[in-house]
Design a protein around this ligand. Structure first.
Ligand code: FDA
Length: 520
């Protein structure tokens, strides 16, 4: 500790030395003795698994207001032997933006969240510390007919989300957030600020889906805004097993990725308890068919009658609204809430403990396969488990696997996000829930993608493989274990970009792209 206390002071000293305005430094530094340290650290933690006293904590949190303060943080961390973890929204499922086993500094971009929307030219600049809710709000402030295809939960941070891909209900029409980035500001390992031109096409390619944390710190993104109709339609139809859910889900697998690309119907599966006079209390599965259509009810209903009549959608099931109102709808806000709820960085529901995994499905799962999942949902640990099935197809089939590092394109019918939540503290409880989701994951193996068993980096899962611990360098082969699952054939190019832009492997974490040093 004595050694790190010394580093600590050297870091602060270095930061003042590199900052033109020394008095402002004290406003952006939080050390464990600062009364606000815990609240600053915990504010952006979204998974309670990483709030326990045993979780390693940063020696210093820096919350820059200026680019020069990020640049100084990089230079000084390097000089004084600290690792950097960059945090934008803090939603990383495994806490990689604020937890590390070695001495580390968190560079928290919460104060760098400006957004400027140019509705005439259909573009916007957004800083990484903004949330996607803030972005949607600022777009809607300027235009009712422009939108952006990013995630569903408004508190997700732009920095991690865009750099890992980022998808939501307009995925089939417009692709990922990262597909619609046209420029960026990026700070490299030497503290140098670049735009697209000066970082070069390799780095610009890598930060759009390869996970930003391996390469440097992305300060801001220039994005294309996309046309949305002034009226869109939403619906949510729920069915239990007793109401034919298995047949409907089975059928959905054949139609959802072939639909009109303006239509996105996902399925949210949960276990619920029902009561009826005949059978008393009974556990069942509820499938919520939750949908956005980029058009009006009168256009949607005939499409559904033709392509998915089994669901029995009627116009009474549908609600027309503006695109920004649909953002609130899918985020779980009740109707009529003011749009500025999107500016609130606090989550709508209380934070919980959770573990998640992801899978891609290339062939429909047979009904018997689905029924095996329902059995696992009967177990006690699955009380708050959720599976979210998101259809692919549409533009996702047309973008090449190597266009950006995110490789999951043609050939995927849908993606599954497996989630298990719990609310009580304790290692035993956590272990039981994590074991349950691992069991589900093993059960799913025959039904999902193979060689590799593909995964989505933004649903970070350290079970699929990690780098060497304690800062040791990881070889290409070792890192391929997890890297090929996230990036398929793009992993190789990511390693070559990393080797060029950060040869000494300064920016590293449990799943960062390794650098192949020239002497290896
Ligand atoms: P966080 O700050 O934790 O960063 C995540 C990773 O990116 C870390 O490795 C971090 O170091 C790195 N990083 C962050 N900012 C960086 C920067 N500026 N430069 C370089 N590296 C940076 N996903 C999705 O596609 N669609 C969805 O609808 C949702 N919904 C959703 C809801 C909820 C409640 C959660 C918790 C998560 C999601 N996600 C999601 C997943 C989400 O996209 C993923 O966790 C993102 O990485 C979160 O980005 P943050 O900036 O919030 O995370």
């Amino acid at each position: 500790w004595a050694a790190s206390a010394h580093n600590h002071e050297s870091f602060l000293h270095c930061l003042s030395h590199h900052s033109p305005n020394t008095s402002s430094i004290s406003k952006i530094i939080y050390t464990p003795t600062n009364p606000s340290y815990s609240s600053v650290l915990n504010f952006s933690i979204h998974n309670l698994r990483f709030t326990s006293p045993k979780t390693p904590k940063p020696h210093i949190i820096v919350t820059p207001f200026l680019v020069s303060q990020i640049q100084a943080s990089i230079i000084c961390a390097k000089k004084t032997g600290f690792q950097i973890r960059t945090r934008s929204g803090g939603h990383d499922y495994e806490g990689l933006s604020y937890v590390s086993d070695v001495s580390f500094v968190v560079v928290d971009l919460i104060n760098l969240r400006s957004i400027s929307v140019d509705a005439e030219n259909n573009v916007a600049w957004v800083q990484s510390g903004a949330t996607i809710g803030e972005l949607y709000y600022r777009i809607a402030e300027k235009s009712k007919t422009l939108g952006f295809p990013a995630g569903v939960c408004p508190t997700v941070g732009v920095g991690g989300h865009f750099s890992g891909g980022g998808y939501g209900l307009m995925l089939r029409k417009f692709g990922l957030a990262a597909d619609n980035v046209i420029d960026a500001y990026f700070i490299d390992v030497n503290g140098k600020l670049h735009d697209r031109k000066s970082m070069g096409e390799d780095v610009f390619w890598a930060i759009r889906g390869g996970g930003g944390a391996s390469f440097g710190i992305v300060l801001a993104w220039k994005i294309k805004l996309l046309p949305v109709p002034s009226i869109v339609t939403v619906f949510t139809i729920t069915r239990t097993l007793e109401q034919n859910a298995t047949d409907l889900i089975h059928r959905w697998q054949y139609v959802s990725s072939k639909q009109d690309d303006k239509l996105f119907i996902r399925i949210i599966l949960t276990g619920i308890n029902t009561t009826n006079s005949q059978h008393g209390n009974k556990r069942t599965i509820e499938a919520a068919f939750n949908s956005l259509f980029l058009g009006k009810i009168e256009e949607l209903v005939p499409i559904m009658e033709k392509t998915f009549p089994e669901l029995g959608l009627t116009k009474e099931d549908c609600i027309e609204m503006s695109w920004i109102e649909s953002v609130l709808y899918f985020a779980g806000f009740s109707r009529g809430q003011p749009l500025n709820v999107l500016l609130d960085r606090r989550p709508l529901t209380p934070k919980r403990f959770f573990k998640a995994k992801s899978d891609y499905v290339n062939e429909p799962i047979p009904k018997a396969g689905l029924e095996g999942i329902w059995e696992l949902f009967d177990e006690e640990e699955a009380e708050a488990a959720v599976l979210i099935l998101s259809p692919y197809g549409g533009i996702m089939d047309k973008i090449s696997e190597s266009e950006i590092p995110f490789p999951h394109r043609a050939g995927n019918l849908y993606k599954i996000q497996h989630l298990v939540y719990w609310d009580e503290e304790g290692e035993d409880i956590a272990k039981r829930h994590i074991n349950w989701i691992r069991k589900l994951y093993s059960y799913m193996a025959p039904f999902v993608s193979k060689n590799p068993r593909a995964a989505y980096i933004n649903y970070r899962d350290l079970d699929i493989g990690t780098n060497e611990k304690n800062g040791r360098n990881t070889s290409y082969n070792e890192a391929s274990v997890w890297g090929v699952k996230y990036f398929k054939g793009n992993f190789k190019r990511l390693v070559s970009v990393k080797t060029k832009v950060d040869p000494s492997n300064f920016f590293k974490n449990e799943q960062s792209i390794p650098s192949l040093k020239p002497w290896w």
